[in-house]
Design a protein around this ligand. Structure first.
Ligand code: HEC
Ligand code: HEC
Length: 88
């Protein structure tokens, strides 16, 4: 049995879709890391506390939030601890 041109296009299409899902599952995973269990993180309570060290808009921040961080952190109605658990 010989494969027609349309069959090859179909096979290539299926492979592309499968690779796409593999890539998604590798790079699209976004589990918020817990806060490190150190005194700084035990002491920090409010969003403002967190942003003193993590605000990327402030040059003094020791550990600015990265550009790939979910944009939800900018929303003042969310506290950081909704996503980042304290591991006391
Ligand atoms: C005094 C500065 C400071 C404060 C305040 C602070 N952090 Fe951090 N944070 C750091 C530093 C420095 C690191 C990276 C070093 C480490 O992993 O121990 C870090 C790491 C983290 C990490 C882990 C990142 C990773 O890759 O695992 C998370 C999550 C985090 N902070 C969230 C918070 C939240 C939420 C708050 C507020 C409740 C907060 N931090 C308050 C300095 C601070
Ligand atoms: C909607 C959930 C959510 C909220 C709200 C949130 N984060 Fe995150 N955070 C995440 C996720 C998910 C990651 C992992 C991102 C990745 O690795 O791509 C992360 C990663 C981090 C990291 C380490 C890696 C990085 O991307 O910089 C720090 C530090 C951090 N968050 C701090 C904060 C602080 C401070 C706040 C509050 C101002 C906050 N986060 C609010 C979900 C959240």
């Amino acid at each position: 049995m010989t494969m027609k041109r349309a069959d090859w296009i179909f096979v290539v299409g299926v492979i592309v879709v499968i690779l796409f899902f593999i890539a998604l599952s590798k790079y699209g995973r976004r589990t918020p890391p817990p806060m490190p269990a150190n005194p700084e993180h035990r002491a920090a309570e409010t969003r403002m506390d967190c942003l003193q060290c993590h605000d990327p808009r402030q040059s003094e921040a020791v550990r600015p939030i990265s550009a790939r961080h979910p944009q939800a952190w900018m929303d003042e109605r969310f506290s950081c601890t909704v996503c980042h658990q304290q591991t006391r």
